[in-house]
Design a protein around this ligand. Structure first.
Ligand SMILES: NC(=O)c1ccc[n+]([C@@H]2O[C@H](COP(=O)([O-])OP(=O)(O)OC[C@H]3O[C@@H](n4cnc5c(N)ncnc54)[C@H](O)[C@@H]3O)[C@@H](O)[C@H]2O)c1
Length: 419
């Protein structure tokens, strides 16, 4: 696995971050040709518990972890701290799979692309949403020409969440979930559209959405709850990305409008059902003009069905292992990963300039990279200083003492006593 790795030495993998990382930990199995060998997290108690469960070596220090004898690392640490850890891992000769985002600044994106190229190691961006049965079927159909060339598409990822629940997974007023601007986590909306249509982002403009009722002075969330992002793709199509954490509805949804038809994910869950439509005059002889069905995965459905995020989690370890074994870059390579992060970063620049457009550079083209190699523009609190942007279109909002006290109560209950 490729289920045909019998006799081959398993890829020895270590995972950083034991919350989201738990999916990569349980998925590092013999069936995908992996063996979990080490774990790293700064939360020592929980780390020991998981380390014992899987019988692997544990580290609280990332540099020591990298000295462990292993082939590959999976980065599931904080959202905005992946690139520095990826650079160290590549320098230590490890293959890297990184959770989203690939980078928090354009300069990090440049450094990452150069380091992957120079190292010759495999880098995979762990975007699981394109790998649901529905999205894989839409890609298959799209590539057969079912709806012609894409002209417009919509991608929606809206993780509506009760505020107390959100606070419980965002411990500390500086936690990335409290600061991350509304455009940065755009890959769950964008990646499936890129995957289905095989296009790359070329231009971005965006507007940020504030929900006053849910925000200051009632919450510690420094950033806005959602955004609308327009992306002009490299084939001229326009993609609209929508959502993040707006309170209206918890949903994912993807739709592609082509020159001779329409295809989309469909209710009830948008992971497993597809809807194909052709207007009557565009219908091909012998084919229905409207069809809704539940496709299976192209292979390994028995394993994908047991995995999280519509089966997408299974495919992350699978494709990472396959890319390492074959030496061929995975579909979600460093260039696609960094381009998605650039949509988030430059989309935020756009929000702060009321929707002004920004060009997404081609990170494969060394000639354009020098313009970005010193671009350290960042809204995260550890980078605060002259010229740095706020995390919200409201500016830098001071949380109220009541909001802080309420958040501390929630964090204390779960054992977090930091600021
Ligand atoms: N693809 C998906 O479906 C999906 C779902 C959830 C989260 N994520 C992504 O996964 C990443 C992690 O998300 P999360 O919800 O687990 O975040 P989290 O903040 O809850 O957990 C991060 C973990 O990393 C650990 N950590 C941070 N820095 C570290 C370091 N330098 N060394 C060792 N350990 C360190 C923390 O102690 C914590 O346990 C984020 O990038 C998030 O965007 C993706």
């Amino acid at each position: 696995m490729d289920r045909n790795t019998a006799g081959e030495r398993p890829i020895r993998v270590g995972v950083v971050g034991i919350r989201r990382g738990s999916s990569f930990i349980s998925g590092a199995t013999e069936t995908v040709g992996m063996k979990l060998t080490a774990l790293c997290d700064t939360r020592e108690e929980k780390l020991q518990e998981i380390g014992q469960r899987y019988d692997v070596t544990v580290y609280t220090d990332y540099d020591r972890f990298l000295e462990h004898d292993m082939d590959a690392v999976v980065l599931a640490n904080y959202f905005h701290e992946h690139a520095p850890l990826a650079l160290k891992a590549l320098a230590a000769g490890k293959h890297v799979m990184s959770e989203t985002a690939a980078c928090k600044t354009m300069a990090e994106g440049v450094a990452l692309c150069r380091a992957v190229k120079q190292s010759g190691k495999t880098y995979m961006f762990a975007e699981n949403y394109p790998y649901s049965a529905a999205c894989q079927e839409l890609r298959r159909l799209y590539l057969t020409g079912e709806i012609g060339d894409v002209r417009y598409a919509e991608g929606e990822y809206n993780h509506a969440m009760e505020e107390d629940k959100r606070l419980s997974i965002s411990p500390g007023s500086m936690h990335w979930r409290n600061w991350c601007p509304s455009t940065y986590y755009c890959s769950h909306a964008l990646a499936p559209l890129m995957f289905i249509t095989d296009t790359m982002p070329a231009n971005v403009n965006a507007l940020s959405v504030v929900e006053e009722g849910m925000q200051s002075p009632h919450t510690l969330k420094m950033s806005d709850l959602g955004s609308i992002i327009l992306v002009r793709m490299d084939n001229g199509a326009v993609f609209r990305l929508w959502g993040l954490m707006l309170s209206s509805i918890h949903r994912i949804k993807y739709e592609i409008h082509g020159e001779c038809g329409y295809m989309a994910t469909a209710a009830p869950d948008h992971w497993s059902t597809v809807h194909i439509h052709h207007e009557e005059w565009l219908r091909q002889p012998g084919k229905p003009n409207d069809l809704t069905y539940r496709p299976d995965w192209p292979e390994h459905g028995d394993l994908a069905r047991q995995a999280g995020h519509g089966g997408g989690d299974f495919w992350m370890n699978f494709h990472f292992a396959r890319a390492i074994r074959s030496g061929e870059p995975p579909y979600l390579d460093v260039y696609r990963g960094v381009a998605m992060s650039a949509v988030g970063i430059l989309g935020w620049r756009s929000c702060l300039q009321d929707g002004a457009p920004f060009r997404i550079p081609d990170f494969r083209d060394e000639a354009v990279l020098s313009a970005y190699e010193n671009d350290h523009w960042s809204p995260f609190p550890e980078d605060a200083g002259s010229g740095q942007p706020p995390p919200s279109i409201r500016g830098l909002v001071e949380p109220s003492p009541e909001a802080l006290a309420h958040a501390r109560e929630i964090w204390t209950k779960q054992g977090y006593n930091g600021e």
